[in-house]
Design a protein around this ligand. Structure first.
Ligand code: EPU
Length: 302
């Protein structure tokens, strides 16, 4: 979608928005898949309400993009524009055991930054790609750690009420890859309360998680992490593997040879290829196990 009206473009610029025209979103997602649209970078939280009012008044559909690491975006010219928060400098500010982190901050860098200041707890999250905001929205987790456990408060833009609100961690329900945030809530910042731990001990924990991840998950390949959520008491990866589906391919989209719940873009996969592969695997698992796998990956259809 193109913002062609120069008046709107001017009004957005006055609200501190940087317009990047005709961006290929494949370059902003870890899967390397996604069509083109205009991208608006928001530089000031306080202007979000005015920006969204303007877009709504003019009937311009929009989506919020985080780090793009758990996202499958449709192909071609997209029928909505994309909003993204610009990263402030610094994006993490420490105060005792509290880390005030901007939603646009990189999750892995936040974990290591906190570690260098003897704040631990998040070692398991080290290899999880994406932004802190994205991790928060889906309660990202790995190796027994989930980000929700450390949340003291969250600053969100609540689109339904058109206000910026601060929620206490206890007001939010953090479940397995799911939170009680509304779909149109926009994560702005979070305060994490982290346990004190010596740097050397944290680094040791990080090394162990990195080794486990290297041994079982594809590294350096384009993926969105696990495609499906694990059904209660079972592993989607194990079921797909047991059906002999590693290496199954649709175009350049394929089930990873290393971990069957990772689907990789082995070249120039389209969203259509990836969606066909996902539907095929879901159907085969349902036939064999009677379990309908639920997507963990978020799909933005064109
Ligand atoms: N397994 C297989 N074949 C495979 C993959 C796994 O047999 O191809 C078996 C493993 O041997 C193991 C069991 O399945 O016995 C579970 O596998 P694993 O330990 O790799 O964990 P997972 O349940 O597949 C979950 C998360 C990962 C997270 C790891 C480590 C989900 C959907 N996945 O994977 O998170 O990194 O545990 O904590 O919850 C993600 O969310 O994107 C993600 C990658």
């Amino acid at each position: 979608m193109r913002l062609s009206d120069t008046r709107i473009v001017g009004e957005l610029a006055a609200l501190g928005v940087e317009l990047k025209p005709c961006v290929a979103l494949s370059g902003l997602t870890s899967l390397g898949i996604g069509g083109t649209t205009d991208l608006l970078r928001i530089t000031r939280h306080d202007d979000i309400a005015a920006i969204l009012d303007l877009l709504d008044e003019r009937g311009i559909p929009h989506r919020f993009l985080g780090g793009g690491s758990n996202l499958l975006i449709g192909d071609g010219e997209l029928p909505w524009i994309v909003l993204q928060l610009a990263k402030p400098d610094p994006d993490v500010v420490l105060e005792g055991n509290r880390a005030h982190v901007d939603a646009a901050a990189d999750l892995g860098r936040t974990v290591t930054f906190c570690a260098k200041h003897d704040l631990g707890g998040m070692e398991g999250l080290i290899g999880v790609p994406g932004t802190v905001g994205g991790a928060l929205r889906m309660n990202a987790g790995a190796y027994g750690t989930q980000i929700g456990s450390y949340v003291e408060e969250v600053k969100i833009y609540r689109a339904a009420r058109r206000t910026i609100e601060i929620l206490r961690g206890t007001q939010i329900s953090f479940e397995y890859r799911h939170t009680s945030f509304a779909p149109d809530d926009m994560m702005l910042a979070v305060t994490l309360n982290l346990p004190s731990k010596p740097y050397t001990e944290i680094i040791q924990g990080i090394r162990i998680c990195n080794e486990k991840r290297r041994a079982s998950q594809p590294m350096g390949q384009k993926s969105a992490g696990c495609i499906f959520k694990n059904p209660p008491g079972a592993s989607a990866g194990r079921m797909i593997d047991e059906l002999g589906l590693k290496g199954l391919r649709v175009g350049d989209a394929s089930v990873s040879e290393r971990h069957a719940n990772f689907f990789v873009n082995a070249g120039r996969a389209s969203a259509r290829d990836m969606l066909t592969l996902i539907a095929d695997v879901r159907e085969r698992v349902e036939k064999a196990y009677g379990v309908k796998l639920e997507n963990e990956v978020v799909v933005w259809s064109a």
